[in-house]
Write a protein that binds this ligand. Structure first.
Ligand code: 6PG
Length: 265
């Protein structure tokens, strides 16, 4: 497939911007990246753990993944970076979106699609997802599980996953400790978002930071001011949570369209 990317720019700390001419070419290019990372993970570890982004921007990517040939789906586990506190059949559900445009027809065993039980009370849903992630960590012999690839988006307020500006989850002084005072990071959390007056379910910074590769999808002129702020890195993560993605130990690739990067198509 001819690359539809027009540029590849280096960012501080090794992150990369992959600039696409349009949201459609961004989805195609990101789909190729996803398959390449999954293929390598399966070759290396026999299985791959993929975290999905919510919102609207990834829809075209999931449609592209549904259309591209890939023999490794039976070795893939699907997780969700965040979810709205609504049942899975709700129009706002990130699970529903991914299921309808891709997962329902994908040859991924249902037992390997790890959705948030968002029909439960937020704290209970977060607790169950934390347990599932902790079980993965135990299998990986790690304190925090490492997703092979985590897809994220970014809001016009520079939020990512459901880490919104001012979120208590971004307050590092709140580090979690177990009964012996050992670091026991929380892996999944329920958080009330005052700006939306709603509850959200989200991977915590600890789980996001443990991902081996992160692909951030940013499209549209409305994202331009926030993206420039994040590029500038000046704001603290508490004000512009997507800045967090600059400080990841793993690989980070920002797939952006012209409108997001330059402010006009
Ligand atoms: C969600 C997301 C969120 C999303 C951004 C961008 O559940 O809403 O996970 O972090 O990625 O809000 O959303 P759009 O792609 O719809 O602009």
């Amino acid at each position: 497939m001819a690359s539809s990317l027009t540029a590849r720019m280096a960012m501080p700390r090794g992150a990369v911007i992959r600039l696409a001419d349009s949201p459609e070419s961004l989805a195609q290019a990101a789909a190729c990246e996803v398959l390449a990372v999954l293929e390598a993970a399966i070759a290396w570890r026999g299985e791959a753990h993929l975290g999905l982004a919510g919102g609207r921007t990834p829809t075209a990517l999931y449609q592209a993944l549904a259309a591209l040939p890939f023999e490794g789906w039976s070795h893939v586990h699907v997780w969700f970076g965040d979810e709205r506190a609504v049942p899975p059949e709700h129009a706002e559900s990130n699970y529903r979106m991914a299921h309808e445009v891709w997962l329902a027809a994908a040859p991924i065993p249902a037992s390997q699609v790890h959705r948030w039980e968002s029909e439960l009370a937020p704290a209970a849903a977060a607790g169950r997802y934390d347990d599932a992630l902790r079980a993965l960590a135990a299998r990986q012999e790690r304190l925090v599980p490492a997703l092979d690839l985590l897809l994220l988006g970014m809001g016009a307020d520079a939020h990512t996953a459901s880490l919104f500006p001012g979120s208590p989850l971004l307050d590092e002084s709140q580090a979690d400790r177990d009964a012996d005072g050992e670091a026991a990071p929380c892996l999944a959390a329920a958080v009330h978002v005052p700006a939306l007056d709603t509850w959200r379910l989200t991977l915590t910074p600890a789980t996001i930071q443990a991902a081996r590769t992160v692909v951030v999808l940013v499209a549209g002129e409305d994202k331009h001011p926030a993206f420039r702020r994040v590029l500038g890195q000046t704001p603290a993560a508490i004000d512009a949570p997507a800045v967090l993605l600059h400080h990841l130990p793993g690989d980070v690739a920002w797939f952006v369209d012209r409108a997001a990067l330059f402010g006009a198509a």
